[in-house]
Ligand binder design. Structure first.
Ligand code: BGC
Length: 761
């Protein structure tokens, strides 16, 4: 079954655009797939693959393992275009990336069908956070902690892409990202493995549906296998060095969750892990993924990563790289051209067994069969569907919903937000106030940048006719030009309130966008100080693809709303939240440090140590810094609301837990404020004594609930032995008898209720 816009959900989706969104908290029911692939049993598919394999020459088999980028193949005449078209007609290409749209995919598929065995191509693309309609960057989506919404976002992206001839997206990125210097933290779900694994599953199901083959779905690709997010010093493509415990406990589970959810493909990664490039890493790909996990899908290399093993000093040349990659379990070569050049000869020379090649080909053909491409190679390339799906207003409605859910209210002194509905003048100031392209962030594969709603447009549409919007840019994102300061200060003086829009620009985070200094760039903080000096209340909206550092704003702003890169409907969603039509409920999926020197600072990398700081300021010979506190600027799980929640009545069903049993942890949450709101309540565990020391807190469960003013709800979390387990020194997943703290709260640094539990031997 695929997850489509279920009919009963449609009215709710639109309803959700009205003030109050409790309706959206309802569960969405999966609906039948549209145009499912012809029912073919797995046994039939395996038989058809065997028939085909028996007819294939070695060169044709290797052909299935090659993937090329096709920007040129549909462009003007060129040598590259000729070469690609010839290779496609000769059956030497299994997949193209970056060919999109019904017209182009039809044209190129027709070329592939001219090959001797008429094997269709797979069209792939980086549909990371939307296709034509852009959703918030994945890190922003994760801040919603709303798995149904995340699944819906992936589904909308898949539906649009699948209507444009795409079969396969290179998403989700399920790398744990704990280092905000690494530009790619924007593409993942943040620093926590529990949250990250659930988000991985939601995204895979959103992209693919329950089963491959619907024309409203695309194949997912869990990437980058593995540990890419732990690049040394946060520098992209760098080496990774980590213990086996950390690999298994922190970095592998989201991949396992993606595999269990049926992710059709995996992508390996650019990094070396403990000395072995992931692309040539047999332990990762053969032993763990295809061995222990029995993964039936195929593995694509990352762009050129097979060839890059020579740069790493791991392969002597292309021949050696091809031999190492296929042996290690890399099935498809993205853009290295190394398999194409070297693999057939390696087989002929007896250096690579035919069975290895056959296994890789079988895995790839299996997906082509499951997608129904052998029955109808053009089934994803239908012009009428393309027009209809891309113009569907539900897509933007879903993007607006997701954007609202992704916003995190970091600070709100004196109820500065929401803005009063009767304000006479709002000064909207800052380099991102009218920006459009920036709102889409990195990875825009087909986004229509003319259809992005800026913050200015969103506020203008939402503000009453009698409210004047005084706009001044003030400064650029980067550089030190202060020429616009005076005009901005004058606008602030004339206004009742200042809304400031600052951040990094879209191309400052993403792939190959690591930064050593993650401060808000340029003179933006200086401009903020000048505005603050007017005495007017200043609400700051910060845009960015990573946690940014901002000191004056954190300390002196009256309110701070973190907007990430919110996508096509960012401006409208922000206006919804700034005006209180939607009560923000986002919570940080990644820790915000005070400065770069505190990194690594993920909440679950904090230990008691042998010398804990027990009294603030008492740091002599303690595990501390002499120039900054240990605490971050904003902790994992932090995020405010326009209302307040009281936690009470913690009950733990049994103080002791026997193996094989479970305890219920229940408590009450009451909305003690004046407006309806949502709360993401979080359960953390601390293991007090264990054979391998544990972090101070580990997230084990959460629930997002919606409460009207004065309303209460009892929440129950179940804790069993599995929730207390970890990898011990022998790499066994085990819970050790002893005492645990159970911590319930609104953020990792805002624990409201605390209880004790003992695990009995
Ligand atoms: C990135 C991948 C991406 C691929 C194809 C690589 O540089 O690391 O995440 O899917 O390019 O565009």
């Amino acid at each position: 079954m695929n997850f489509s816009f279920p009919k009963p959900l449609l009215p709710l989706l639109f309803l959700g655009l009205l003030p109050g969104t409790a309706a959206l908290a309802q569960k969405k029911k999966p609906a039948p797939a549209t145009a499912a692939a012809k029912a073919t049993s797995p046994a039939d598919i395996e038989r058809r693959i065997s028939d085909l394999l028996a007819q294939m020459t070695l060169e044709e088999k290797v052909g299935q393992l090659n993937q090329y980028s096709g920007r040129e193949v549909t462009g003007p005449a060129s040598d590259r275009k000729n070469t690609l078209l010839t290779s496609i007609r000769n059956g030497q290409v299994g997949s193209m990336l970056n060919v999109k749209g019904v017209k182009d995919t039809r044209e190129i598929q027709a070329e592939a069908l001219k090959s001797r065995l008429h094997i269709p191509l797979l069209f792939s693309l980086d549909v990371i956070h939307g296709y034509q309609t852009t959703f918030p960057i994945p890190l922003g989506e994760a801040a919603s902690w709303d798995l149904d919404a995340i699944r819906l976002g992936a589904h909308v992206a898949a539906r649009e892409a699948a209507a444009s001839g795409i079969h396969w997206t290179f998403a989700p990125m399920v790398d744990i990202g704990r280092d905000p210097r690494w530009g790619r933290v924007m593409e993942g779900a943040g620093e926590d493995t529990y949250l990250g694994s659930l988000v991985a599953k939601a995204r895979v199901l959103g992209f693919q549906g329950e089963k491959l083959g619907g024309t409203d779905a695309v194949m997912a690709c869990a990437k980058h296998f593995a540990a890419y997010g732990a690049a040394l010093a946060g520098r992209d493509y760098n080496a990774v060095d980590m213990s086996e415990q950390q690999l298994w406990e922190t970095y592998l589970p989201p991949f396992k969750a993606a595999a269990d959810a049926g992710a059709a493909t995996f992508m390996n990664s650019f990094n070396a892990l403990n000395g072995v490039p992931a692309t040539g890493n047999r332990y990762l790909q053969r032993d763990i993924l295809k061995g222990q996990w029995q993964y039936p899908g195929f593995v694509v290399s990352d762009w050129g990563s097979i060839g890059e093993m020579a740069n790493w000093g791991y392969a002597t040349d292309k021949t050696d790289a091809a031999q190492r990659a296929i042996t290690a379990g890399s099935d498809m070569d993205m853009e290295s051209d190394v398999y194409h050049q070297k693999l057939a000869q390696l087989v002929k020379d007896g250096q690579v067994k035919t069975e290895l090649v056959d296994d890789a080909v079988r895995r790839i053909l299996r997906k082509k069969f499951e997608l129904g491409l052998f029955d109808d190679p053009y089934r994803f390339s239908d012009e009428t569907r393309e027009k209809q799906v891309l113009a569907d207003p539900q897509n933007r409605a879903a993007a607006r919903q997701m954007a609202r859910k992704s916003l995190v209210l970091l600070k709100n002194d004196n109820a500065t937000l929401p803005l009063g509905k009767t304000l006479r003048r709002i000064a909207l100031i800052g380099p991102i106030a009218k920006a459009k392209r920036d709102l889409n962030g990195s990875w825009n594969v087909d986004a229509d940048t003319t259809r992005i709603t800026s913050l200015y447009d969103g506020l203008r549409q939402r503000a009453s006719k009698t409210t004047e919007l005084l706009y001044a840019k003030g400064c650029e994102v980067s550089g030190d030009n202060r020429a616009g300061f005076d005009q901005a200060v004058a606008a602030a003086r004339n206004a009742d309130v200042v809304v400031m829009a600052v951040g990094e620009s879209w191309d400052m985070s993403g792939e190959a966008k690591s930064r050593t200094d993650i401060h808000l760039p340029g003179v933006q903080e200086e401009l903020f100080k000048a505005l603050k000096a007017t005495g007017k209340p200043v609400a700051v909206v910060v845009f960015g693809g990573r946690p940014l550092v901002f000191d004056a704003i954190a300390e002196q702003a009256d309110a701070i709303l973190y907007a990430w890169w919110p996508g096509s409907e960012g401006g409208t969603a922000l206006a919804d939240v700034l005006y209180g039509d939607y009560n923000p409920a986002g919570k940080l999926p990644i820790t915000f440090p005070r400065n770069v020197g505190q990194i690594p600072i993920a909440y679950n990398q904090q230990y008691n140590t042998g010398r804990p700081v027990t009294k603030p300021g008492d740091i002599r010979y303690k595990s501390a810094y002499i120039d900054a506190p240990n605490t971050p600027r904003y902790a994992f799980g932090h995020g405010l609301s326009y209302t307040s929640f009281k936690y009470s009545d913690l009950k733990i069903s049994h103080p002791q837990l026997q193996a094989g049993e479970a305890v219920q942890v229940s408590f009450t949450i009451t909305n003690t404020g004046k407006v309806a709101g949502e709360e993401v309540t979080q359960l953390y565990v601390r293991d007090l004594v264990s054979s391998v020391v544990r972090p101070l807190k580990e997230l084990k469960d959460f629930r997002k609930i919606s409460l009207k003013p004065g309303e209460s709800q009892t929440i129950t979390f179940t804790v069993d032995k599995n929730k207390l387990a970890f990898y011990n020194a022998k790499l066994e997943w085990q819970a050790e008898p002893g005492k645990f703290n159970l911590l319930v709260g609104s953020a990792s640094d805002d624990i409201r209720l605390e209880g004790a539990l003992e695990l009995l031997p």
